[in-house]
Design a protein around this ligand. Sequence first.
Ligand code: GRG
Length: 303
Amino acid sequence: MTEKLKKELLECAAYVNSELYQTVNNYRNSEIYTDEMSELVASAEYSLLAGGKRLRPFLCMYFCYLCGKDARTATPLAIALEMIHTYSLIHDDLPCMDNDDLRRGRPTNHKVYGEATALLAGDALLTEAFNVIASSELCDASKVQAIKILSEKAGMLGMIGGQEIDLKSEGKRISLETLYALQGKKTGMLFEAACQLGCIAAGCYEDKKFKAASEFAKAFGIAFQITDDILDVTGSSEELGKNINSDEKSEKSTTVSHLGLEGARLEAERYTDKAKDILTETFGGNSCTALCDLCDHLLTRRN
Ligand code: GRG
């Protein structure tokens, strides 16, 4: 990883962590907070502040910058994205879903707080994410656009729909085409929302930059998910902070089971190149160097 990218990722993660910390503390400091809610808030805080690469906030803030505004303008949208991402991880780990006991290097939320509180913490994070946007200082048009896009990408025909297809596909051999459609929804759509919301924070709706952000996110999401499939086979649970070989255990088709390790690596490289081409064609110059470096770095990531 280049020094510039390392610095930018660290700065972004530190900033996002402090904003998330403040968001959680605002609940505790509210006049209508009561002691009975303390475990619920602690459970949400446990998963929100458990580390995580903060990729979705980074993408959101980066696209805001690429569209000509200070990256911090996108803060409420970046925070909302991470809240939704975290809720999806909490729910995905529940016994009725993947039944995992390790996430972000720690016991999963329900292992610490119990299933009911973990479920509610996820529900609260999802709901409150939209409150963070609605209560922000962005203009009304940006808020409405952001809420519309985020609810669509995370909702019935987006991330949730992808999860449902995933569950229905367990134990079956699905085509590569179906697999890409599934992963595009389950993983890709939140990345798409992240990039689009960054543009929206900067006041860019449906213009050339917005469209490039969307196309970039699709290619980025595929490359990211292929690498995730590869790491499930080649990584270690220490490095990844979660259990490995989960796809094989739940008999899931993956890009690795379809293409083999080398084929999957080549496919991830192909989509990474596509993502970088889209960026440089539209934004050119030095402005997207760190984001191109991130694409390359994610190909060889170990977590
Ligand atoms: C709402 C139950 C429910 C599920 C939605 C997104 C999702 C579907 C489930 C989450 C689990 C999962 C394996 C998603 C695939 C995308 C992925 C690899 C997520 C991990 O994202 P990273 O690597 O995680 O950005 P960190 O911990 O760094 O934030």
